[in-house]
Design a protein around this ligand. Sequence first.
Ligand code: GCO
Length: 435
Amino acid sequence: MGFSKDFLWGAATAAYQIEGAAFEDGRVPSTWDAMTQGHVRHNETGTYACDHYHRMKEDVAAMKKMGLKCYRFSVAWPRVISDVEGTVNQKGLDFYRSLVDELEAAGIEPLVTLFHWDLPMWAYEHGGWLNDDIADWFAHYVEVVVDALSDKVRYWLTINEPVCFGPVSWQVAVHPPFMRLSGAPLQKVMKNILLSHGRAVEVIRERAALPPLVGLATTCSPVLPALKEEEEPSYNKTFSNESAEGLPHAGEYHWADAIVFGDVDEKTFGKVTEEERALISQPLDFFGVNIYSGDRFTPLDPEKDRGYPRNACGWPIEPEALYWGPKFLYRRYNLPILITENGFAGIDFLMSDGKVHDPQHIDFLKKYLHELKRAADEVPVLGYCHWSLMDNMEWCDGYDTRFGLWFVNYTTCERIWKDSAYFYADVIKTNGEEL
Ligand code: GCO
């Protein structure tokens, strides 16, 4: 079976990581613009990033040249809504309108992420996710975006990795606003994120011009069996608190269980009313998930497995994560799977021949996509969005780690296709038949 003929081969980005133009055309500061001084490697910022805001048309033309079937991008809340009263910044909205128009002309399906971590400072200054009103603020923002784009956008992702940004920003103080909450206040943050997701689903279903396909981008680090007898225990361990032990996304399944089943873990989210439960768990059309790696059922041994293959972020290279992840997630949630992110971080640089050779990135794609193809033989997989289209700001790691298919020379913002971009273009052209 392999990949269906209409498989959505794509690439993903996020507004703050690529757009730049942080203070142009009415965009107001996000917590990332206003609060990260001293927290980002080399004191780098997203002020200019990849200057996508000014290079959008050339970027879409290059996406078309690659043969992308879809493009996952995020809308920046601070570029669209200027204050807590909900004032719309028309110039900001116009940018996303022109992006969607360009994508349509290029025959590329837009996948819109509505929140990818760039919380407006005005929201934070009014309590952010701690303020129960944020669900209203978010719903208003979603209305504005859906009204502006939904005559050309079908795929909507409400929130990117709530299981990550929630704890990382509000519990362990690694991302802005660098909060260290616990107990009831932390539960309130997590619950307001869930409620905001629900409100967004409600708004999209009510107002979208094109029949919408709605989901979000969760994350999963599947437990990987090495032996037949480890398969069932690996499935069970994937959906237990032991998975991703100690990492911010430990217990990541609590979010998906709440959103898909309405099974809202009280320890994580506090109490919910039946009305809130129904809002949180409205039906979705697909299960969007970011999968980069997995956790071996028999954990890596520091001695025996020393020097284990890892990417530039230190994440183990585990191709079978794209086989077991989709299988386990489909078995549990019974929704078509959309890989909303998967990618390889390298330390790439422009070579003396003027090209960017990235054989590890190509090998990563070969191995991971082979596993995804195996999964697609057994469960419905709608598409694959490679993270990322271009090198970009890897949050507090700055610009050192390069996930892009395109190398970005940040001095000139020139894009140079890495060897992996040509490889991926061929995978798309042949629909992965040689993987
Ligand atoms: C995430 C975000 C992306 C990251 C990518 C590499 O999952 O952390 O969605 O913005 O840049 O995953 O870490």
